[in-house]
Ligand binder design. Structure first.
Ligand code: KIV
Ligand code: ZN
Length: 517
């Protein structure tokens, strides 16, 4: 039996990750990610901020009702209304946690909360007591701990542990900390707070200076026994600490860390791809662990070394994080039962036969164009089908583009608007530009195109292209995603998807850190 202590992995992709501009997800998408996280054996899934909107409430509730093996958590400010709403959403969870927080740094207390330190302690204690009356598992966070005074944190943390908090989170909200300093803070808190043994100490770091993982690991070295992180490091601004990097650092350096996680690391790459495909945030090729180049050896010297003895240049096995697992799973002769079974293994369960039929028709159409269908293709296909079935305002129907060297490209698009078919033509600098202009002839959305990116989902020239389109309108930012073997069609689908997101984003939802308590 291992003598190592357990490190609790708390994933906040669905909450802090979703706070990235443009990363908002539907309930179905959140459920698919939650199932992937459960399969990966994440201990705690922060499913959302229940009071933010009716949609957020329902997402937390649906995840709490479905996921059985991970604890489901909802964020709440240190306010009665937030705490009660979180408890309601978590009512049916096998294991539910309320995560309540209040800012503790002088700058936040004075300028954001406009409260005295005494008032902040009082409100935190009240919130934790209220939450403990509703659930047994309560986490308390000192927001902006990275810029809070140590003495004040000792005071408030001691008080909230007495009030019943079972986990104490120390977030570097603005990504300001330095590794050794943050580790030292963690150590001091644990040593100085008299009742620190009654709670698990947790770390939550943002990546503004690129130090989120380093800061988190230093805190673990100094006694933190929970890490808060996200898949692909998704999160506010520069993101949160990345789950895959923390987990693999701990697994790869057992000589250094005396902790271990429950994570099934072979699930990492597929979960990373799922999050990227759902949110439309591509993973950079040189991203540690999950980037396309993370295990690729370009230089001849390295390749020679790896062939002779893998450990010469590789410190981890690609298979251990789920690379090379994208074997061909299906082809044009695969039947509906095999199709459904494979998607269930990937975490997608069709709620209605309409959804299954629609996805299967799309699968057959794809298999006609592309001989080998990989898991990634199936995931992209499911995302597209869910959009199609969800009867959004805009729907892609067909596209015809003419593009010839020396001629001005011309695009003819057909889309539906509230179910009614509309067609338009436009010319542009290239086929994609012409297509977007043609869509705009119909939609007249008045948006700015903030990002356009294309990635191959798998390898080979018959790979589907995955396109991300980011639109900005009146301060709102949304991402749209589309996949197809024809990248101009994928681009049109992504643009239409972004327009739909823009429609849905008009219903404002609360941001936990924006509004003062
Ligand atoms: O970064 C932060 O401080 C947070 C808290 C709400 C925990 O996300
Ligand atoms: Zn955060």
């Amino acid at each position: 039996m291992s003598a190592n202590e357990k490190l609790v992995v708390f994933d906040t992709t669905l909450r802090d990750g979703e706070q990235s501009p443009g990363a908002s997800m539907t309930q179905d998408e959140k459920l698919r990610i939650a199932k992937a996280l459960e399969r990966m054996r994440v201990d705690v899934i922060e499913a959302g901020f229940a009071i933010a909107s009716q949609g957020d409430f329902e997402s937390v509730q649906a995840i709490a009702n479905t996921i059985k093996d991970s604890t489901i958590c909802s964020l709440s400010r240190a306010m009665d209304s937030d705490i009660d709403r979180a408890a309601e959403a978590l009512k049916n969870a096998n294991s539910g946690r309320i995560h309540t927080f209040i800012a503790t740094s002088p700058i936040h207390m004075e300028h954001k909360l406009r409260m005295s330190p005494e008032q902040v302690v009082e409100q935190a204690v009240h919130a934790v007591k209220r939450a403990r009356n509703l659930v047994a598992d309560v986490e308390f966070s000192c927001e902006d701990a990275g810029r809070s005074e140590l003495d004040f944190m000792c005071r408030i943390i001691e008080a909230v542990i007495d009030a019943g908090a079972t986990t104490i989170n120390v977030p570097d909200t603005v990504g300001y900390a330095m590794p050794s300093q943050y580790g030292h803070t963690m150590k001091q808190l644990i040593e100085r707070i008299p009742n620190s043994d009654k709670a698990i100490f947790s770390v939550h770091c943002h990546n503004d200076l690129g130090l989120a993982v380093a800061n988190s690991l230093d805190a673990v070295m100094n006694g933190a026994r929970q890490v808060e992180c996200t898949i692909n490091g998704l999160g506010e601004r520069a993101g949160n600490a990345s789950l895959e990097e923390i987990v693999m650092a701990i697994k790869t350096r057992p000589d250094f860390f005396n902790v271990e996680t429950n994570i099934r690391t072979e699930e990492i790459v597929s979960t990373s791809r799922l999050v990227s495909s759902v949110t439309g945030f591509p993973v950079q090729p040189n991203k540690a662990i999950v980037g396309a180049n993370a295990f690729a050896h370009e230089s001849g010297i390295h390749q020679d070394g790896v062939i002779k003895h893998r450990e010469t240049y590789e410190i981890m096995k690609a298979e251990d994080v789920g690379w090379n697992a994208n074997k061909m799973v299906m082809g044009k002769h695969s039947g509906r039962t095999a199709f459904r079974a494979r998607l269930e293994e990937l975490g997608t369960v069709f709620e209605t036969s309409q959804e299954l039929n629609e996805a299967f028709i799309r699968f057959k159409a794809l298999a006609d164009k592309k001989h080998e269908i990989f898991d990634e293709d199936l995931q992209a296909l499911v995302s597209d089908t869910q959009k199609f079935v969800a009867s959004e305002r805009y729907g892609f129907v067909s596209l015809s583009v003419s593009s010839k060297t020396g001629d001005v490209p011309d695009s003819h698009i057909e889309i539906t608007v509230d179910g009614e078919a509309k067609e338009a033509n436009a010319e542009g600098a290239g086929p994609v530009d012409a297509t977007f202009k043609a869509i705009e002839v119909i939609a007249q959305s008045n948006t700015n195109l903030a990002l356009f990116s294309v990635n191959a989902i798998t390898s080979g020239t018959d790979s589907q292209g995955e396109v991300v389109v980011r639109l900005e309108s009146g301060g709102r930012i949304v991402n749209g995603r589309g996949a197809d073997v024809d990248i101009v069609v994928a681009s049109a689908k992504a643009y239409v998807d972004a327009l739909n997101h823009l429609e849905n984003a008009t219903n404002e939802k609360g941001h936990p850190q924006k509004s003062a308590v």
